[in-house]
Design a protein around this ligand. Structure first.
Ligand code: ADP
Ligand code: MG
Length: 608
């Protein structure tokens, strides 16, 4: 047996396996180099999803002719100052990317530093470095990578179709572009310009990248916790996706994929979003350099936080605080199910003045001709007859009542004019908007929040059942519920074992009223089962479990679709929604209300 050192070329090929597993990884390394070179404009051109060629051109500092051979030599970097792996300020630091690319593909670099007479080109083929030759070129660097993995045929076979590879490249570019809005980005796909981003604000950059997102759907985050700083934007809960692709995390200017942060986003949205749905979230976290380790993997997208709990607490807390606004805060345009305007309405307990009964009556009359007001107050909205109510604005303009003004401003969901299909409440706002409320979804949220409020303050008020109910369950459901007996008691559900697979229910939360005890218990058991699979040793476990159980309980009571409400009840529901946190969506993230402006309606009738 003879032990001998590997050749430089083989070492580079091995590293290539880790650093540049696919075109997207090359794109990432090249853009990161351009960003480290302080470029203000970066152009990326891809052929066949990057499989045929990748070209990155920047206007950064360039590489001097004497440094060119070093740039493509292993473990040579200009970035680690004084051998300090702790205070890493640049995206690159390992000196691995260019030599790895040079080993696995045809690599050409053309670069010119400021004040140089001309540019220089260096090329690597099959690990063989050709000496630099003078060429023409602007200040900055142009890197051309062709025939990816021609030196690694096994790896080349693993490449997917050019469409899939392109999508991965696109995601990488999006992440980097969002983390650096101060840099212009141009993307050319198979000779066609597909993205052209000028230097812009963080928010404009996000809107340019997520082109289906409206500005009003973004909620701004800006929070500190000791020496951690979190800023960025998250989407209203009703804007959600089936994947986490809309989540971009940037730590100290480096786009990362971090499970701690991902989990924190999920927990932050827990109360407003159904499992399996993910919000859009762009989070910028600033952490003191010595509190985060980025040298975890050659791709440098993973990291380790020294104080994971602090990061988690900051993200969860910031998201939860930002989402805890009343309904009316975000306007969902029913045409696209897109939010079109945010009034940032936040409930201020003291400042809201509720209209007196007489005031509300008068207000209600404003919207109706005499005959209709009668029908509405009797809660018999004639479904088959067309509603004829006066143009609200013309009527309103005659009212000089200051009281009305302040009253209407505090009512972003407007005043109820009726109910249709025994399911939806129709309302009109002072700003001439037409609102539809899903009464079941809304009520579910109100009940959830009321139970949560009771739980957090004085404890959930219970109602002992006159005759305890006996519920028979499957073996596994029985066990889940009995294991959770004490917590259920805290939540107002008193159970005890009544023999094999049978549970006796002695008391329920007072708020619930009449419900089917059997189906409540089955639902709870199922909830506990899924919950126990979701989290293992999370601190939030108990809190989250309790909350999702409250959501389940709330669901059981809520005014089911199909219940007729009188106008008093409708308006009281609207007012409660306005002052209840998170009431813009039900506990599953579905919107509780939709709004059309008068303009929207005019557009629908082509009346512009
Ligand atoms: P690292 O980025 O970890 O230093 P790389 O292999 O990616 O390693 O690059 C090696 C060196 O080449 C960098 O340290 C930098 O000095 C130089 N370099 C690479 N790309 C560029 C660029 N676009 N502009 C200026 N210098 C560059
Ligand atoms: Mg690099």
């Amino acid at each position: 047996m003879i032990i001998r050192p590997l050749s430089e070329h083989i070492i580079n090929l091995i590293a290539a396996g880790e650093v540049i597993e696919r075109p997207a990884a090359i794109v990432k390394e090249l853009i990161e180099n351009s960003l480290d070179a302080k470029a203000t404009k970066i152009e990326v051109a891809l052929e066949q999803g990057g499989i045929e060629s990748i070209q990155v051109v920047d206007n950064g500092c360039g590489i001097g002719v004497e440094d060119l051979p070093l740039a493509i030599s292993r473990h040579c970097t200009s970035k680690l100052i004084e051998d300090d792996l702790v205070h890493i300020q640049t995206l690159g630091f390992r000196g691995e990317a260019l030599p790895s690319i040079g080993a696995a593909a045809r690599l050409k670099i053309i670069s010119r530093i400021k004040n140089a007479e001309n540019a220089w080109q260096i090329a690597v083929e099959n690990g063989r470095v050709l000496s630099p030759i003078p060429v023409t070129g602007l200040t900055g660097t142009q890197v051309i990578v062709e025939d990816i993995f021609y030196a690694l045929p096994a790896r080349r076979k693993f490449l997917k179709t050019s469409r899939i590879e392109y999508n991965r490249c696109e995601m990488v570019i999006q992440r980097l572009a969002i983390s650096h809005p101060e840099v212009a980005f141009i993307v050319v796909k198979d000779s066609k310009t597909v993205l052209n981003l000028p230097i812009q604000s963080q928010k404009d950059r996000i809107l340019a990248i997520f082109s289906d997102l409206y500005e009003e759907e973004l909620i701004t985050l800006d929070f500190n916790r000791r020496d951690l700083k979190l800023s960025g934007f998250i989407s209203a809960p009703s804007v959600n996706r089936a994947t986490t692709n809309g989540q971009i995390m940037v730590v100290n200017d480096r786009p990362v994929v971090d499970p701690v942060m991902q989990m924190s986003i999920r927990v932050g949205y827990r109360q407003v979003l159904e499992k399996g749905r993910y919000p859009i979230a762009v989070l910028f976290l600033q952490v003191p350099l010595e509190q985060v380790d980025v040298n975890v993997h050659p791709a440098k997208t993973e990291l380790r936080f020294a104080d994971e709990m602090a990061v988690r607490a900051l993200i969860i807390g910031s998201i939860q605080k930002s989402l805890a606004m009343g309904a009316g805060a975000a306007n969902i345009n029913p045409k696209t199910l897109k939010i079109t305007s945010v009034t940032q309405y936040r409930p201020k307990k003291e400042s809201i003045q509720y209209p007196s009964y007489q005031q509300r009556r008068d207000l209600g009359k404003l919207f109706f001709s005499k005959n209709d007001s009668k029908t509405v107050f009797e809660n018999r909205l004639p479904l088959n007859t067309a509603l004829s109510f006066k143009d609200a604005s013309s009527t309103l303009s005659k009212i000089s009542d200051d009281n009305y003004q302040s009253m209407a401003e505090s009512m972003p969901l407007g005043y109820a004019i009726g109910q249709i299909f025994k399911t939806y409440i129709l309302a009109i706002t002072q700003a001439e908007e037409f609102v539809i409320v899903d009464q079941h979804a809304a009520h579910e949220r109100l009940m959830h929040e009321a139970l949560r409020q009771q739980y957090l303050s004085s404890g959930i008020k219970i109602q002992a059942l006159l005759i305890p109910e006996v519920v028979e369950l499957s073996d596994i459901h029985y066990r889940y519920l009995m294991n959770f007996k004490d917590s259920l008691t805290d939540l107002g559900i008193e159970i005890e074992s009544f023999g094999d697979k049978t549970i006796l229910v002695r008391a329920l939360p007072q708020l619930l009223g009449n419900i089917s005890v059997q189906s409540l218990l089955v639902d709870l058991a199922e909830e506990l089962e899924t919950e126990s699979q979701l989290y293992t040793q999370e601190i939030e476990v108990v809190h989250n479990q309790l909350d999702s159980i409250l959501a389940k309980i709330a669901c059981h009571h809520s005014v089911r679709a199909g219940r007729a409400l009188n106008v008093e009840e409708m308006n009281s529901l609207l007012r409660q929604m306005e002052e209840t946190p998170r009431a813009g969506t039900c506990s599953h993230g579905r919107p509780t209300w939709l709004k059309w402006t008068k303009k929207d309606i005019e557009k629908l009738f082509h009346r512009s």
